[in-house]
Design a protein around this ligand. Structure first.
Ligand code: URA
Ligand code: SF4
Length: 272
């Protein structure tokens, strides 16, 4: 913890690594029997956005990384469409080991694996949880039909581990690969995500400002990237809209306004 009682980036990374180490050798459900590698998940440890898929497929099982096959390619493409990269968000699954022949995970397997997702969410404390597909939806919006709720939000149940998040429902990229018309729907839903993030920040900063994530030292050391204001505000891992005001108050502001020669509009110079 820092002086203000906030989790530091190092502590967050250590906690996520510890969970991944447990997952790698987990035998809590029968999915461990046929796995090649468990797939704990990966991404930016200071992110505000966590994507939760269903479970590893063939490629993920071999590599030990989430969404590296065809569905992952589409997920990357969808993120690119809004100017985000996968290493700026966190990507994981409801079950961490591949169901044989990519069958649906059993409810008992989902339940056995749930504590890992819960702990990951508690550590990451995201503003937005994006559910990908039916099984993830079932965990975060039980009883909902994906065709009815995709592209919509709901307050995330704190029991999920995410203490103050908004859930945003999306189809699974694999569904869009099987059914081409869904790709357009997924692009539309993804295009709504930056605004969902902004609203999710507003929703929770009214109650949890001091829990806002810190900017990592590594981010501070990277060269500043100039982004248009809208993009900077919607970037998924530096809480400009809320945290910076808080950080300002303790004199560690990370965003400065500059006026580039090419424009009369002030631009945000974003470190990270
Ligand atoms: N599908 C998923 O749900 N998760 C992955 O990691 C890959 C494909
Ligand atoms: Fe453990 Fe989850 Fe893998 Fe089952 S799916 S063995 S609970 S890590």
């Amino acid at each position: 913890m820092d002086q203000l009682g906030r989790v530091t980036p190092d502590e967050r990374k250590q906690a996520l690594d510890a969970i991944a180490t447990e997952v790698a050798v987990c035998t809590r459900c029968p999915l461990h029997i046929q796995r090649t590698r468990a797939v704990p998940g990966e991404g930016h440890t200071e992110t505000e956005v966590v994507f939760v898929g269903e479970g590893p497929g063939y490629n993920e099982d071999r590599e030990g990384r989430p969404f590296v096959g065809a569905a992952g390619g589409l997920l990357n493409e969808l993120l690119k469409a809004i100017g985000w990269r996968r290493d700026e968000v966190f990507i994981t699954n409801v079950v961490k080991c591949r169901p044989p022949s990519n069958r649906d995970p059993e409810p008992t397997e989902v339940a056995a694996c749930a504590p890992y997702l819960q702990r990951q969410l508690a550590v990451l404390d995201p503003a937005v949880v994006v559910t990908l597909g039916r099984h993830s939806l079932g965990t975060f919006m039980p009883g909902s039909r994906i065709s009815a709720v995709h592209g919509t939000t709901r307050a995330t149940d704190p029991e999920s581990g995410a203490a103050s998040a908004t859930t945003y429902a999306m189809y699974h990229p694999a569904a869009a690969l099987r059914q081409g018309t869904l790709k357009e729907t997924m692009l539309t839903d993804m295009a709504g995500l930056p605004e969902v993030l902004i609203q999710a920040r507003e929703r929770r900063t009214s109650t949890t400002t001091l829990d806002a994530p810190l900017v990592s030292a590594q981010e501070l050391m990277e060269p500043p990237v100039e982004l248009p204001i809208e993009a900077a505000v919607a970037a998924p891992y530096v809480d400009n809209s809320a945290t910076v005001i808080e950080l300002d108050a303790v004199e560690t502001a990370t965003v400065v306004a500059t006026a580039p020669a090419s424009s009369t509009e002030p631009q945000l110079e974003l470190f990270g």
